[in-house]
Write a protein that binds this ligand. Structure first.
Ligand code: BGC
Length: 255
């Protein structure tokens, strides 16, 4: 299989896109550490799904906004599976607050969970990959909003804009070690982050109508690209973001 003998760590691997990535990586042959923050039941359900399909995985609680907890996740992965080949910086949240209303607490929360975790996830994963040798893959789950303004979600756009430059810069810095750093920029996906929009028929119709493919993505449609990017087939891809948005960003140009 595509990811046989690979070891992966997915932050926020119990929910939404992260859940689909955990399932997909394991189905492709990787041993997976599924990180979760609070929802142990969701992490356990993800783990059960993988084990029942004959895959290899473990769950690991950590608050990835804290660098020392990310370091612990990397150590836990190496203790269980001997190495780390694929780091998926996926955990994320948004407050949907504008520049005028965002509190310092909201700003810090969004930047810590969405950007600081990816920065130190990259750092700790890269240290391990360099120590073990043989290169590796770091994949940052970003958003179309690393590039495209979303009024009313300003801190999130700042975090994803930062992630864009993390991918580009760390990709250049880590290339001599054979470590690639790639971003994935989903558009609207059917996950908990969009639950309120999708539960409102009018809002959902408006969103579907804005997307050239006419619908939001399923998490698996994001995970399928992650699996390929995590594989040896993607050996020459680095320092770039792939958008997976049904054409959303391009359609907005010229409105
Ligand atoms: C955001 C969603 C938004 C989508 C498309 C995602 O990154 O989390 O709130 O609906 O982008 O704009």
């Amino acid at each position: 299989m595509l990811l046989d003998h690979k070891v992966a760590l997915v932050t926020g691997g119990d929910s939404g896109i992260g859940h689909a990535i955990s399932i997909g990586l394991a189905a492709a042959g990787a041993a997976v550490t599924i990180n979760y923050h609070r929802d142990q039941a969701a992490a356990t359900a993800t783990l059960q799904q993988i084990l029942q399909a004959g895959g290899k995985a473990q769950i690991a609680q950590a608050d990835v906004a804290r660098p020392e907890e990310i370091q612990r996740l990397v150590e836990q992965t190496v203790r269980a599976y001997g190495r780390l080949d694929v780091m998926i910086n996926n955990a994320g949240l948004e407050t949907r607050t504008s520049v005028l209303e965002t509190t310092e607490q909201q700003f810090d929360l969004v930047l810590d969970v969405d950007l600081k975790s990816a920065f130190f996830g990259t750092q700790h994963a890269a240290k391990q990959m360099i120590a073990q040798g043989g290169g590796g893959r770091i994949i940052n789950i970003s958003s179309v909003h690393e590039d495209w303004p979303m009024p009313g979600n300003t801190a999130y756009c700042c975090a994803k804009g930062g992630m864009r430059m993390l991918t580009r810069t760390a990709g250049v810095e880590l290339a001599p070690h054979g470590i690639t750093v790639v971003g994935i920029g989903p558009g609207a996906v059917a996950t908990p982050i969009n639950a309120a929009t999708l539960a409102n028929p009018q809002e959902k119709d408006r969103l579907d109508a804005a997307i050239p493919l006419g619908r939001v993505a399923q998490p698996k449609e994001i995970a399928d690209l992650v699996i390929w990017l995590a594989s040896d087939q993607a050996s020459y891809v680095t320092s770039a973001t792939y958008f997976v948005d049904g054409g959303l960003m391009q359609a907005s140009v010229g409105l």
